[in-house]
Ligand binder design. Structure first.
Ligand SMILES: C[S@@+](CC[C@H](N)C(=O)[O-])C[C@H]1O[C@@H](n2cnc3c(N)ncnc32)[C@H](O)[C@@H]1O
Length: 292
């Protein structure tokens, strides 16, 4: 058993960009955006033709396998994984108590923890670690010095780390989409968050000395927005429209001077731009094995 970073929870309310930007600081029960997060989970699975890319199928049929999802949110990924592969033990960690208290199989447990304060697990505990859509939840220095380091600490030698995230700058975007996106990026930068940090994931993993010569598998796929890209594009557009709605209801709406009564009209204009310009986002999935 090795040592690990302090497990203590702080009494100060920790920063959570996801909560500040998307939940608009209202009560979780009232505001947590289950529908939007469920949609993003489903879109990601469809875009990558599965819930994971690591070659872990052989270990997922073993009851001794331990799987960890960090920043698991409402647990959609864990729920599907445990339905497809019922034998392993699954653990979800999130700093917010979003995970449903009932209705999940016993082999999934949830723990409320802040990764930045150290995960409450011994070194070399998990066979497969998954982390998805946390790009904007950590500052660039935290990504550089803490996040991957803590994940690989609790990963067993020979285990797999898989990380999936979206770029925050759209491709082929129209002027209103750009206006909102530029304001959102400025907001992230003011919090020391790099909006395109996903482009650095590969080099950040590589900067961990034991991973310097590891093979890092890196897949990049498109999330298309609009019916020009059939059903997936239609759902992508709905997801991004609802994401923009949350931006516009918060600080970004004030920054770009769009009044609440005009939000629906602006969202319709954004949807039209998606069709006209054939807008899409790049989504990255990386997976790597911890050296023995
Ligand atoms: C955008 S959601 C993604 C949820 C889930 N991974 C998914 O793909 O649906 C980001 C989640 O990360 C959690 N989170 C943010 N910072 C965290 C931290 N420091 N430690 C643990 N969880 C964190 C948030 O509370 C939120 O539930």
């Amino acid at each position: 058993m090795g040592s690990h970073i302090s497990k203590k929870k702080t009494t100060l309310k920790p920063r959570n960009n996801y909560e500040e930007i998307f939940l608009l600081n209202k009560s979780l029960a009232e505001e947590y955006d289950y529908d939007r997060m469920h949609l993003s989970h489903n879109l990601t699975r469809e875009i990558f033709s599965g819930n994971f890319s690591s070659p872990v199928k052989p270990i997922l049929v073993d009851k001794n396998t331990k799987v960890l999802d960090v920043g698991c949110g409402a647990g959609y990924w864990l729920k599907e994984m445990s339905a497809d592969f019922p034998l392993p033990n699954y653990v979800g960690v999130d700093m917010l108590p979003i995970f449903p208290k009932t209705g999940f199989p016993n082999r999934i447990t949830f723990q409320q923890y802040n990764l930045l304060q150290g995960l409450p697990f011994e070194n070399n505990s998990f066979d497969f670690i998954h982390i998805q859509y946390l790009a904007f939840d950590f500052s660039e220095p935290e990504w550089e010095t803490l996040v991957f380091q803590e994940l690989v600490r609790v990963l067993k030698p020979g285990g797999w780390l898989e990380v999936c995230d979206i770029e925050s700058v759209p491709m082929n975007s129209g002027p209103i989409t750009d206006l909102i996106n530029t304001s959102m990026c400025k907001n992230y930068i003011s919090k020391n968050v790099n909006p395109q940090i996903v482009q650095r994931y590969e080099s950040l993993i590589r900067s961990i000395p034991s991973f310097s010569s590891s093979k890092i598998n890196h897949e990049i796929r498109n999330l298309p927005l609009g019916i020009w890209a059939d059903k997936i594009g239609e759902l992508g557009s709905l997801f991004m429209k609802e994401t923009c709605r949350l931006f516009l209801q918060g600080k970004i709406g004030q920054d770009v001077n769009i009044k609440r009564k005009n939000i629906n009209t602006t969202l319709d204009e954004i949807s039209n731009e998606f069709e006209l310009y054939q807008t899409f986002f790049n989504i990255h999935r990386l997976y790597v094995q911890k050296p023995h």
